[in-house]
Design a protein around this ligand. Structure first.
Ligand code: PXP
Length: 249
């Protein structure tokens, strides 16, 4: 089965928030992603609201025709929001205020007491819960004990090693992802993967037989600059020229 693609639209909101403007609209981006074949939309509502806002989540829930995967930290505030929003999926991620992005996976094993009621409430409320973890048997065992039906394996270290030119390391991390995927799937978990994936790094991860969903964001929004900037500049030139054309006001 071909893995589903969840498109993470956080960084459309990052660009919007950099200027406090109304554009670019992450909901518009989500719709465009869906029209291009995205199977789902992923958004991370961070505690500091640095990109996606509460209003974005509301608009996404109202207008999406595909499942929303809401990424949240395991805090009381996020639990209340997710219980009210009732997204198709809730992915629990570790969150540190000072980090640039989600660095490393959740310590599902170490946070058992906090996570167990959190996961139970979300599941009882109808959301499919996933835990964003490192490709580590101990964390997979913890996800099983916690009753999470899905784990998302963090591919960030693999992708970083690839771009650092540390190919032996990236191969070893890929092997770890492969092993963790089969270990988890054999025990009944649904396996997802994501973080830092690009056109150059996605193929071996998408090829892992047990992976049924990939969540990709930062690279897609970055690449869209290069696939879209030409048209945007041409359109601006056109409008400027039209303003001076005969008959223009
Ligand atoms: N999966 C999870 C759980 C994430 O937290 C993120 C980043 O928000 C992604 C996937 C997507 O990562 P990237 O934006 O690097 O593609």
């Amino acid at each position: 089965m071909i893995p589903r693609l969840g498109v993470n639209i956080d960084h459309v909101a990052t660009i919007r928030n950099a200027r406090g403007s109304q554009y670019p609209d992450p909901v518009h981006a989500a719709k465009l992603a869906v029209s291009a074949g995205a199977d789902g939309i992923t958004a991370h509502l961070r505690e500091d609201r640095r990109h996606i806002s509460d209003a974005d989540i509301e608009s996404l829930l109202k207008s999406l025709t595909v499942p929303l995967n809401l990424e949240i930290a395991a805090t009381d505030e996020m639990l209340q929001i997710a219980l009210k929003a009732r997204p198709h999926a809730a992915c629990i991620v570790p969150e540190k205020r000072e980090e640039r992005t989600t660095e490393g996976g959740l310590d599902a094993a170490g946070l058992y007491d906090d996570l167990a009621p959190f996961i139970r409430k979300l599941r009882d409320n109808g959301s499919r819960v996933s835990l964003f973890i490192e490709a580590d048997y101990k964390q997979i065992d913890a996800a099983l004990t916690l009753g999470a039906p899905v784990v998302e394996l963090h591919t960030g270290a693999y992708a970083d090693a690839f771009y650092a030119g540390e190919f032996a390391k990236s191969e070893a991390l890929l092997e770890q992802l492969n092993k963790a995927a089969s270990y988890g799937a054999e025990r009944g978990l649904e396996i997802h993967a994501g973080h830092g994936l690009t056109f150059e790094t996605v193929t071996p991860v998408a090829a892992i037989e047990q992976v049924s969903e990939l969540n990709i964001g930062h690279f897609l929004i970055s690449d869209a600059i290069f696939s879209g900037l030409h048209g945007s500049v041409s359109r601006m030139k056109e409008l400027i020229a039209l303003a001076r054309a005969d008959g223009a006001e």
